[in-house]
Each structure stands twice: as structure tokens, then as C-alpha cells.
Design a binder for this molecule. Structure first.
Ligand code: ATP
Ligand code: ZN
Length: 298
């Protein structure tokens, strides 16, 4: 790895790994990586990636070992609070929320216990892997509970007698149910985020850092967008654009030999559901096509 190459930290093996590597590939990166190697070397761009534990990503970005990193907001927030306690403000810049890694940090109460909501928390002990986020929440809400840190398997803490309740990451809730816990209030909605070092990027790297960031943003936009084409009576144009979610102003083309009918082409910034197509048809549209978009550059 030479100094003028961009380094991006991603999770080595876990829930974010596949999504991160796919995202980099969609940005055009071709890389080589030997089995068990902790570095992926970009072959067609001056971009390499480091495969590390997600907990190490904020520190690598903060210390400028990596220019960029991808990691859950839950981990970023926990580390940000830890840095803040040491007097370090803005340890990294959050550039973009990504469209994967969705989960929430939520309280969970044992089934059948008297504890049902945060108003019952005073004097209780909460087990969590995110002690600083939980303490911050308690403080902001004037709640007086203790926090015990667990690095994993938080959900067994109540049955071990180590805590009365937990605060942990949830996506489907299946793990909670399996451990006879009932989900309560969410204190943080989390998603994978792209972060950048707080240090100024050296000039020789800025062009490629900016390019990579723009491409990541482009990939994100494309994934949520669709290109829609249809025929419609000109008189129904307003109704039709109102029906399309996140649509930009449509391109309207006259149709030969079809009186009063036009072809409408439009980019929708959101997914389009069957019900929307049915509504479009009711409004007079026909020959409706929904196409995926491969690349987009604003
Ligand atoms: P590492 O070995 O890198 O420390 P880990 O066990 O801390 O891995 P994973 O379980 O792979 O991490 O989760 C990585 C991230 O995925 C979490 O920090 C969170 O942002 C996100 N995530 C999404 N859904 C869930 C979920 N149901 N449980 C835990 N994390 C989730
Ligand atoms: Zn971790």
C-alpha cells in the first residue's frame, strides 16, 4: 500500500461485509484478494480496502490510517461518545447513509416481568454492548438506572441474573422472542454509513476520494430508482405525475397518429409498486414499463 492510494476500512466478516464489497464493485472497483488476506488491492483504481472488525473502523478513520470507512451508525455513535468524553469533537465525518445494515437499538424486557416501558427503569440494571449510547439516553431522559457492559450474547443477561433488562440491536426481533424478551422503546435507528477521516485529504488523493464518494452516492440513488415509460392522454398528465413517487419532471413526447396521447418517460426516486401501476392505468395510462437504472450521475 503506498501513500497516494485511498484506503477504505470495511468489516472483515459479518453482516456488512458482502454489502460493502458489492458496493465497491458497483463503483467499478476490480480487486484482488488472496484467501485470508486482510487487504483487497484495487486493480483499476488507486483504491485498496482493509478488512477489519467493525469496532475498529471508527478508530482507523479517526486516526487517518484509512481515508474512508463503512460501519453501522450504532458503532459510530458509541465511539463518537467515547471520543467526546476524551474531549475529541468530530472524530469522523459521516458522509452518507447507505441502504443496508438497517437495525435499531432497543430496550427489551423479560416476558412477564413488571418492567414494561422506560418509565419503569429507575433503579434497574441494563445489559448492553452500547453503554455510552444507553447512558447518554438515560441522562437526557432523567432516568436513574445502571448499565452493565456485555460484549456479546446480551440477550442472556437477564436469565443469568446480571441485569433486569437489555438494550440491544434488533432487526427482525426473532432473537428476542427466542430468549423470551419483549421489545420496547427504540433509542437509535441504525444503518450502515460511509465515513471520512476528519483530517484534510492530501491533494494527490482528493480527486479519487471525491470520485469514489460520488460513485457511492450514485449507486445508492440508482438502487432506489426506476425509469418508467407509458402512454397516456395528455389531459391526464398532472394526475399521472402526482401518482409517481419521487418523480422528477417527466419527458413528454407526442405519439404519431394517436390523438391527444403522449409517451411519458420519468425517473422515480423510489420503488414503484403494483398498486401504483394499477392507479396509473385507472388514470388512463397504458403500455406501462418499469425499468431498472444501471448507472446515474447527477
Ligand atoms: P465484528 O466481528 O466485525 O465485530 P459484529 O459481531 O460486531 O462483528 P455483526 O453482527 O456482523 O457485527 O453486525 C455488524 C453491523 O450490522 C452492526 O453493528 C449493525 O450496524 C448491523 N446490523 C444489522 N442488523 C443487525 C442485527 N439484527 N443485529 C446486529 N447487528 C445488526
Ligand atoms: Zn463488532
Amino acid at each position: 500500500m503506498t501513500q497516494d492510494r485511498i484506503k477504505i476500512a470495511v468489516q472483515k466478516s459479518g453482516r456488512l461485509t458482502e454489502h460493502c464489497l458489492e458496493l465497491l464493485q458497483q463503483c467499478g472497483l476490480k480487486y484482488s484478494r488472496g484467501r485470508d488476506q486482510l487487504i483487497g488491492y484495487g486493480e483499476n483504481m488507486p483504491v485498496d480496502f482493509l478488512l477489519v472488525r467493525d469496532d475498529d473502523i471508527p478508530g482507523l478513520v479517526r486516526d487517518d490510517v484509512c481515508d474512508l470507512g463503512i460501519c453501522g451508525l450504532n458503532v459510530l455513535e458509541e465511539k463518537r461518545l467515547a471520543y467526546a468524553r476524551k474531549g475529541v469533537e468530530e472524530p469522523f465525518k459521516v458522509l452518507q447513509k447507505l441502504d443496508y445494515g438497517h437495525c435499531r437499538l432497543a430496550f427489551a424486557y423479560p416476558e412477564g416481568s413488571d418492567l414494561k416501558s422506560v418509565s419503569d427503569l429507575n433503579g434497574q440494571t441494563i445489559a448492553t454492548s452500547y453503554p455510552r449510547i444507553v447512558e447518554d439516553y438515560l441522562q437526557k431522559n432523567n432516568l436513574n438506572a445502571s448499565v452493565v457492559e456485555f460484549s456479546g450474547a446480551v440477550e442472556i443477561a437477564p436469565s443469568l441474573g446480571r441485569a433486569e433488562l437489555i438494550c440491544d440491536l434488533v432487526s427482525t426481533g426473532a432473537t428476542l422472542t427466542a430468549n423470551r424478551l419483549v421489545e420496547g422503546e427504540t433509542i437509535l435507528e441504525s444503518v450502515a454509513c460511509l465515513v471520512q477521516t476528519p483530517v484534510d485529504i492530501p491533494e494527490e488523493k482528493t480527486e479519487w476520494v471525491n470520485r469514489l464518494v460520488e460513485r457511492i452516492k450514485g449507486v445508492q440513488e440508482v438502487r432506489g430508482s426506476k425509469y418508467i415509460m407509458m402512454h397516456a392522454p395528455r389531459s391526464a398528465l398532472t394526475e399521472i405525475t402526482d401518482l409517481l413517487p419521487g418523480a422528477e419532471s417527466p419527458t413528454v413526447l407526442p405519439l404519431e397518429e394517436a390523438d391527444g396521447k403522449v409517451a411519458v418517460h420519468v425517473v422515480c426516486r423510489e420503488n414503484v409498486f403494483w398498486s401504483t401501476l394499477e392507479d396509473l392505468k385507472k388514470a388512463g395510462a397504458s403500455s406501462i414499463l418499469v425499468l431498472p437504472i444501471e448507472k446515474m450521475l447527477a
